[in-house]
Design a binder for this molecule. Structure first.
Ligand SMILES: Nc1nc2c(c(=O)[nH]1)N[C@H]1C(S)=C(S)[C@@H](COP(=O)(O)OP(=O)(O)OC[C@H]3O[C@@H](n4cnc5c(=O)[nH]c(N)nc54)[C@H](O)[C@@H]3O)O[C@H]1N2
Ligand SMILES: Nc1nc2c(c(=O)[nH]1)N[C@H]1C(S)=C(S)[C@@H](COP(=O)(O)OP(=O)(O)OC[C@H]3O[C@@H](n4cnc5c(=O)[nH]c(N)nc54)[C@H](O)[C@@H]3O)O[C@H]1N2
Ligand SMILES: [Mo]
Length: 759
């Protein structure tokens, strides 16, 4: 839908010429520096640097251009020639900038100098790095330790992240919330509960050998486009793909490989999904129960007819706990109840199950569509049940494949960014650094947001990200945030979180990953861990956006030096000189994961950290794969009610989280605006409204808080009845902080109760 009243028309396949146009547009808009193309050629290759746009793995046998539309966009966006210098603030106040959109803020360009907020003039002014670190350190020393939050977004490399976590502990708390708390925390906690591993079990070889994918709530075309290449290869060799998603996403429908000249010129499309099931938002438990029920029924039939079993009974008996309860649950739940809940027919569910039964090796892929729900962990348990029924886990070509977001989000957790003390080898930290790490669990992101609303957070230090914008309940968070004594943001670009300064507030500009990070021992490698637990070295070669920038590692060490008690074993300033020493410390802390770290990190495709579940060793409480018997058929945190809709918050391919590159959601045919709410044609008619009407959306949680989003226009779209879609982060104002996964506290951004009124 553009600014006209036309209905949205999708753009054809993902990839193809549209993706090249998408890259060229950003190239034109950001006008990046001359050797941008050289930098892109080094992206995701051994000895090159690792793209910061997503966590999809980098293959050992790479293509000439091992990047996708969005990876290229993200790199070009960082290499823009625009600069947000101290002079920018001569013409702007913080209050004035609050009227700017996220896109306009980021388009001011790369931040160049450390800036301190001046309340008298309501703007940021340049300071020296030394003064910044001194004041931050002195302020932190006076604050109650448990009221200080050390947030990180999944960008920073393993070295800086390890030190960031060490700094929090040396300072005196475990308040280490991370962007994954809003994302795949459901995986970190929920998947760990059932298979004993907090990460996926699939490796690149498995993608090459599988003959079937089931997609639940992950959108590769937009969020991990490099995934489309192994998907195309799978289709070329006859593999099947079945998708469960309320929205028909182009990347899961068809793909033209932009790196294949023949396909580009002939326009030859690969059909991706053989079946596409548009279930209602939040109803995956019902759909998965239906799939399992069909498998169980097929097994019973096979037994009656004397054929080979469909269920892998040997796997269940040897490896699984409590599967009988689940089988009983499936048998006793009526088809009708399942179909009513998910909006799909028994025939559709049986057809999908048929594909599963015929396949030898199945990979279950999932993303935010499963994790961001009040019962997200149950969703994940259900997907694991489904895979386990035919032993599709811990064997070649099969497994469970959560697709992570930020490029190093998984790795940051591996090296100690976690609020839970039980996850951290505290004894090793004590031995290595001679201090007593705090024993009390720290704050998760939802704890931090709730404490913020209660005025119990005195300071937030952010390593990257745009936390205020990424959190639920935007209006309430914006009101509470400036009450803090100190806010410090290590950032590359200006964003909305900077516009709510605490009493003392700093923006500290840092290098981006593609840039040279010159220290005493030369240009420094950093490292990251991808979604398949492969660890890669990354070396930036692009000249820094400004000479004044510092690396994330240096900024961390300088803050730590100023804020933490002196300790001979915490050699913060020495570590800046040579990051390989920090890698040795990581290896000493996590010897099983990081053996020969410095020597191995540049192996093509990275080195594998290992995963017991991949070998069918289950590090769970029972020592077996735990089956989940659900006590409900949907993952929502509220009941359906007349006039109440389930809202999902969506990403377009023209954004990276809160970074909005532009207003072209070309895969969904929505151009020129993000202020829309997508809704089914019949639902629109039932409300007595029409496409293009201006509407007001109200939160309908019934928790006494008034949440309201005005200025949206209604967009007729192919959505299931009762499910509506609005964009993230614009619609975050409608999400209650208290609506989150019961087990992991991941916000329920894909199942938000709302009402719609004509404006
Ligand atoms: N271009 C781009 N790339 C990105 C990002 C970005 O913003 N832009 N963000 C990065 C980050 S941090 C992350 S975590 C990943 C996110 O990547 P994804 O996990 O793909 O996240 P989303 O696009 O939020 O949601 C995925 C899909 O879930 C579907 N969905 C919604 N509700 C339900 C449901 O109840 N059930 C089912 N089955 N499906 C549902 C949506 O329609 C959508 O297609 O991408 C990363 N990569
Ligand atoms: N409603 C709703 N809310 C959501 C989601 C959703 O699907 N729906 N998704 C959630 C998810 S999955 C996530 S991961 C979070 C994302 O939350 P965050 O990770 O906090 O947000 P980002 O938008 O990724 O952060 C963008 C900012 O990071 C900074 N930045 C970019 N590159 C670098 C770098 O290299 N170094 C440093 N130091 N800074 C850098 C820039 O200043 C930029 O403005 O949002 C969550 N919020
Ligand atoms: Mo994410």
């Amino acid at each position: 839908m553009s600014k006209t009243d036309d209905l949205p028309e999708t753009s054809g396949p993902s990839g193809g010429w549209g993706s090249l146009k998408g890259i060229t547009r950003i190239f034109g808009e950001t006008w990046p520096s001359a050797d941008a193309v050289r930098t892109l050629k080094r992206q995701n290759k051994p000895g090159g640097y690792m793209c910061a746009s997503c966590a999809f793995p980098k293959p050992a046998n790479y293509h000439p251009f091992e990047f996708c539309e969005n990876g290229a966009k993200s790199t070009l966006w960082d290499m823009t020639r625009a600069r947000c210098t101290p002079e920018f603030w001569e013409d702007h106040t913080v209050a004035g900038l609050r009227d700017w959109s996220d896109h306009e803020l980021e388009k001011t360009g790369r931040l160049t100098a450390p800036m301190r907020y001046d309340p008298a003039r309501d703007r940021y002014v340049e300071v020296s790095w030394d003064d910044a670190f001194a004041e931050i350190g002195a302020t932190l020393k006076d604050l109650p330790r448990e009221q200080v939050v050390f947030y990180s977004s999944g960008h920073a490399g393993l070295e800086a992240s390890y030190l960031w976590a060490l700094m929090a502990r040396a300072y005196g708390n475990n308040n280490l919330p991370q962007s994954s708390n809003m994302c795949h925390e459901t995986t970190s906690v929920g998947l760990k509960k059932v298979i004993g591993s907090s990460v996926g079990t699939v490796l690149w070889e498995d993608l090459e050998e599988t003959d079937c994918y089931f997609f639940f709530g992950q959108n590769p075309g937009t969020n991990a486009p490099r995934f489309l290449h192994p998907l195309k290869e799978a289709k070329d060799r006859g593999a099947k793909i079945v998708t469960f998603n309320p929205v028909r996403e182009q990347g899961l429908i068809s793909f033209v490989d932009p790196q294949n000249m023949h396909d580009m010129l002939t326009g030859s499309e690969t059909k991706i999904s053989d079946q596409y099931h548009q279930l209602k938002a939040g109803s995956d438990i019902a759909a998965l129960t239906g799939l399992c029920k069909a498998v169980i029924e097929a097994d019973e039939k096979a037994e009656a007819q004397g054929r080979a079993p469909i269920i892998d009974w040997a796997f269940l008996r040897e490896h699984c706990n409590d599967y009988e309860g689940f089988l009983r649950f499936c048998r006793s739940t009526e088809w009708q109840a399942l179909c009513d809940e998910c909006g799909l027919s028994e025939t559709e569910l049986r057809q999908a199950a048929e594909v599963y039964i015929k396949a030898e090796r199945v990979i279950g892929v999932y993303g935010m569509g499963l994790t961001q729900h009040a019962h997200g962990a149950t969703n994940i348990g259900m997907l694991v049940n489904f895979l386990a029924l035919r032993g599709n886990i811990g064997r070649k070509g099969a497994g469970c494949c959560p697709v992570r977001g930020h490029s190093n989000v998984q790795g940051q957790r591996t090296v100690g960014i976690a609020e839970k003390t039980a996850l951290i080898p505290m004894d090793r930290l004590r031995d290595l650094f001679g201090f007593e790490p705090p024993q009390k669990d720290g704050m998760h992101i939802v704890d931090a947001a709730q404490a913020m609303l209660e005025g119990k957070v005195s300071a937030t230090l952010s390593m990257g990200g745009n936390l205020l914008r990424a959190l639920p309940d935007t209006d309430r968070i914006e009101a509470a945030w400036p009450q803090q004594k100190l806010t410090v943001m290590v950032s590359t670009k200006l964003n909305r979180s900077h516009l709510y300064p605490g009493e003392v507030a700093y923006i500290l500009p840092c290098l981006s990953r593609s840039e040279v990070d010159e220290q005493e021992t030369g240009n420094q490698y950093v490292s990251v861990e991808d979604s398949f637990s492969m660890i890669h070295g990354s070396l930036g070669k692009h000249p820094p956006a400004a000479k004044t920038l510092k690396s994330e590692l240096e900024i961390t060490c300088r803050i730590a030096q100023a804020a933490c008690a002196p300790n001979d074993k915490l050699c913060w300033l020495d570590w800046i000189k040579d990051y390989s020493v920090v890698r040795d410390l990581i290896e000493a802390t996590y010897p099983d994961d990081f053996r020969d770290f410095n020597a191995r990190m540049n192996e093509p495709g990275g080195f594998w950290r290992g995963n017991a579940a991949h070998e069918r060793v289950w590090k769970t409480e029972s020592g077996k794969l735990e089956f989940t018997t659900p006590d409900r058929l949907n993952a929502l945190g509220f009941e359906d009610a007349p006039g109440r809709f389930r809202m999902i918050t969506m990403r377009s391919n023209d954004q990276f989280n809160t970074t909005i590159y532009g207003y072209s959601d070309r895969f969904r045919g929505i151009e020129g605006t993000r202020d829309v709410l997508l809704m089914n044609k019949i639902d629109i008619a039932d409300l007595g409204l029409k496409h293009g009407d201006e509407i007001t959306v109200r939160g309908d949680m019934g928790d006494g808080v008034d949440r309201i989003k005005t200025g949206l226009s209604l967009c007729q779209f192919d959505m299931p009845r009762g499910t509506v879609g609005g964009y993230y982060p614009e619609c975050n104002v409608l999400i209650p902080v208290g609506l989150h996964d019961q087990l992991s506290k991941t916000p329920g951004s894909k199942g938000v109760p709302v009402r719609i009124e004509k404006a």
